[in-house]
Design a protein. Structure first.
Length: 346
């Protein structure tokens, strides 16, 4: 039978050890970051016990630490170890870091997969004044990540993820992905396209990408005779995008339009078409999404939607700074606008 702390008594390190079925020394090592030699199974068992029992280290030294650190943590949940190479993540980090540094705060960044969030050092050690979270995974996984952040007792900002109503000391900063995608879909359909292939990454599940897919689907549903097929293309690199194109062409032939959920995929489509002796917009319309700097180097220039990634990072930082300096977030939900940019591929 698993033992827990008696009602009314503060959970102790020994309670966690009993719940996780490990020694108190193992729990202490985990809490203090000395877990390099632990197996993943032991680490996850201790993390689960810490979360289930809502254990918080209690000592004079840690009480003193609760004074301001002038540091904010950013947790990027991404399946790829090269998460900082993602165009949107780069923009967010730049905006966050710029605004925080300007106001005398440092930014601590940790990238990890969804199954490692509970063992995150930023979650366990509370060495920051607040957290910013960029979650990915299916909806249930993302909600669990949010609950894990809330359990730290720190104020937090969700990036590109809606905030559930039960979390009070938090806010979210979003962009108008669905509206931007709807406008892009309306444009493509207005150019005569009726069969649309949507290409999206499969290694991460972002709320933003789901919203983009919904926006295009809404545009398609409003036009009689129009149809849309969604297809995953791995990480969105050229090889995996080309493989998705081959599968589509063999099954259904060339669609009227290929719409990508980011510019990287859209540019990979343009390159694949060129290899096949095809071109946009002559043979097929092609679009992307985000319009970060490298988008301008595509040939022909991609029609896309501009995402305010840098501004979104700055808004998140400013919201956190307001919370830390005045005791409350200025608003629970902020939505920044996207904008359609017409290129040469539609």
């Amino acid at each position: 039978m698993v033992e827990t702390a008696p009602p009314g008594r503060r959970t102790t390190l020994n309670d966690v050890a009993r719940r996780a079925e490990v020694s108190a020394m193992s729990v202490s090592n985990f809490i203090n970051g000395r877990d390099g030699t632990m197996t993943d199974e032991t680490r996850e068992r201790i993390a689960a016990a810490v979360s289930d029992l809502n254990y918080r280290p209690h000592s004079a030294a840690r009480s003193i630490r609760m004074a301001e650190t002038r540091s904010v943590g950013l947790i990027v949940v991404d399946e790829s170890p090269t998460y900082l190479s993602d165009g949107y993540t780069t923009q967010l980090v730049s905006g966050l870091g710029d605004a925080l540094n300007h106001n005398g705060y440092t930014l601590q960044i940790e990238g990890l997969t969804a199954d490692r969030v509970r063992t995150s050092r930023l979650i366990r050690h509370r060495q920051t004044d607040g957290l910013c979270i960029l979650p990915s995974g299916d909806r249930a996984v993302r909600r669990d990540i949010v609950r894990t952040a809330a359990a730290t007792g720190q104020p937090f900002v969700l990036l590109l993820e809606s905030l559930p109503s039960e979390h009070r000391d938090a806010c979210c900063v979003l962009q108008s992905d669905r509206a931007g995608a709807r406008e892009l879909g309306d444009h493509v359909l207005g150019r005569g396209a009726r069969s649309i292939l949507l290409l999206k990454q499969s290694h991460n599940h972002w709320q933003a990408v789901t919203e983009r897919e919904r926006g295009i689907a809404e545009a398609v549903a409003a036009v009689p005779g129009a149809s849309m097929e969604s297809m995953a293309c791995g990480t969105g690199d050229f090889g995996q995008t080309s493989a998705a194109m081959i599968s589509c062409l063999e099954s259904n032939g060339l669609p009227d339009a290929i719409m990508a959920t980011n510019d990287q995929i859209g540019i990979a489509v343009l390159k694949d078409l060129k290899v096949r002796g095809l071109s946009a917009p002559h043979d097929v319309l092609v679009t992307g999404f985000n319009a970060f700097d490298f988008w301008q180097f595509s040939d022909p220039v991609l029609t896309t939607v501009r995402s305010p990634g840098f501004d979104l990072g700055q808004q998140a930082a400013e919201a956190m700074i307001t919370r830390l300096s005045k005791g409350g977030f200025p608003r629970r939900r902020t939505v920044l606008e996207t904008s359609l940019l017409l290129g040469e591929t539609t």
